[in-house]
Design a protein around this ligand. Structure first.
Ligand code: APR
Ligand code: PHB
Length: 389
């Protein structure tokens, strides 16, 4: 088989890229290791920046998102005494859309056939070849036979554990990483949210987050040690802990219910440079990971794909390869600022195992500064809604 762009991975990054290229008449094929149902069973955050919702609108795939997504004018930071509101709408004129990543992925997946976007699911042993040459190709096994796709370019959208990043030459690339000494224990439940906007809480016992998927489905998290056992957290203990950490103002509004899902995720900051080697470009989690504190993961995948689709469009439609050469620089400039923001919020809101009394006072001073300075709230707000492309 032959295509213009072979896209590895049909998560949000790969699907969005595929649709943006198809909208320009560029041929591409997605190669996904899992089944479509498996991809849709993953539970991920869904706080979408205007950059991300604008891409869905440009594709004409935003009808369900507009009907079912919630517009959020702000979010809150709890410091044990008060709720500090970050008024995104007043400070930036922009809002966030709360619409589960699963739903966005479903919209992109379901629109694929009608837009001529081919997706090969359950592809095993996906291997990238000759990525430094002008004639790269991908081999894999699907439907019981070995297959080969020749492409002008390969887009590595296969997430943190994919094959694309390890296919880049080690001598010309560099990973940057920070591991945090805790994880987030999350619970999903069919109960109304305790507040109409998200609440990020800094508490002496550790961080907590009250979030939601819809008016009837809530998502909560608490910071736990990395070696914590899930069995030690029966639902009631988790609800009790959330009530303590979210504070007396919020606790009475928490509706408890059985967990639909409960899991512990580690927190990591990671960037891989550069994001292009020859004819192979990385986008999304394949190239970088943020801790979930700023809700930036999916939104960064969307901005990468914006830069990448416009570079590939310039190449195929105007024979211009400058934007391809510049892709990594442009994408990384935005990635690093989102890394900085996610790291800063993580440091501000969590309790570190070796936190001294001094460190704690510094956190409290920063929270008080945010509460009393519009300039500080503005800096948080413009990052939270997403910096310009
Ligand atoms: N071959 C083919 N596909 C692969 C391979 C492989 N070797 N390895 C992984 N994949 C697939 C995965 O099964 C998954 O469907 O690549 C896809 C990657 O999707 P995600 O992990 O969702 O990453 P991405 O599309 O970059 O989305 C960005 O935003 O909210 C964040 O971390 C969250 O999923 C997230 C992301
Ligand atoms: C979530 O709803 O899962 C969520 C929301 C905001 C975050 C992280 C996770 O910052």
């Amino acid at each position: 088989m032959k295509t213009q762009v072979a896209i590895i991975g049909a998560g949000p990054a790969g699907l969005l890229l595929g649709h943006l290229l198809r909208a320009e008449g560029i041929h591409c094929i997605l190669i996904e290791r899992q089944s479509g149902e498996y991809v849709l069973s993953r539970i991920r955050a869904g706080f979408l920046e205007p950059v991300t919702t604008d891409l869905m609108a440009r594709l004409g795939l935003d009808a369900r998102m507009k009907a079912q997504g919630q517009l959020h004018d702000g979010f809150n930071i709890a410091d044990g005494e008060r709720l500090i509101r970050i008024d995104l709408a007043a400070l930036t004129g922009r809002r966030m859309t709360v619409y589960g990543q699963t739903e966005l992925t479903r919209d992109l997946m379901e629109a694929a056939p009608e837009r001529g976007l081919e997706i090969i699911y359950e592809a095993a042993d996906v291997t990238l070849h000759d990525v430094a040459s002008d004639a790269p190709f991908v081999t894999f096994t699907a439907e019981g036979r070995e297959q080969r796709i020749d492409a002008a370019f390969i887009a590595g959208c296969d997430g943190f554990h994919g094959v694309a990043r390890p296919s880049m030459p080690a001598s010309r690339t560099q990973p940057f990483e920070k591991i945090y000494p805790f994880g987030w224990l999350g619970i999903l439940a069919d109960v109304p949210p305790c507040n109409h906007e998200a609440i990020y809480a800094n508490h002496e016992r550790g961080f907590a987050l009250a979030s939601m998927r819809s008016a009837t489905r809530s998502r909560y998290y608490i910071q736990v040690p990395l070696d914590e056992a899930l069995e030690d957290w029966p639902d009631e203990r988790l609800w009790d802990e959330l009530a303590i950490r979210l504070g007396p103002q919020v606790a009475p509004h928490i509706t408890r219910g059985p967990a639909l899902e409960k899991s512990i995720a580690p927190l990591r900051s990671f960037v891989f440079e550069p994001m292009r080697a020859g004819r192979l470009m990385l986008a999304g989690d394949a190239a970088h990971i943020v801790p979930p504190t700023g809700a930036k993961g999916l939104n960064l995948a969307a901005s990468d794909v914006f830069y990448l689709s416009s570079a590939l469009t310039a190449y195929f439609k105007a024979n211009d390869s400058d934007a391809i050469a510049d892709y990594s620089r442009r994408a990384l400039a935005r990635v690093w600022k989102a890394e900085r923001f996610s790291w800063q919020l993580t440091m501000l809101l969590h309790r570190f195992p070796n936190t001294s009394a001094f460190d704690r006072r510094i956190q409290m001073a920063e929270l008080d500064y945010i509460a009393t300075s519009e300039t500080m709230r503005m800096a948080i707000a413009e990052n939270y809604v997403g910096l310009p492309l």
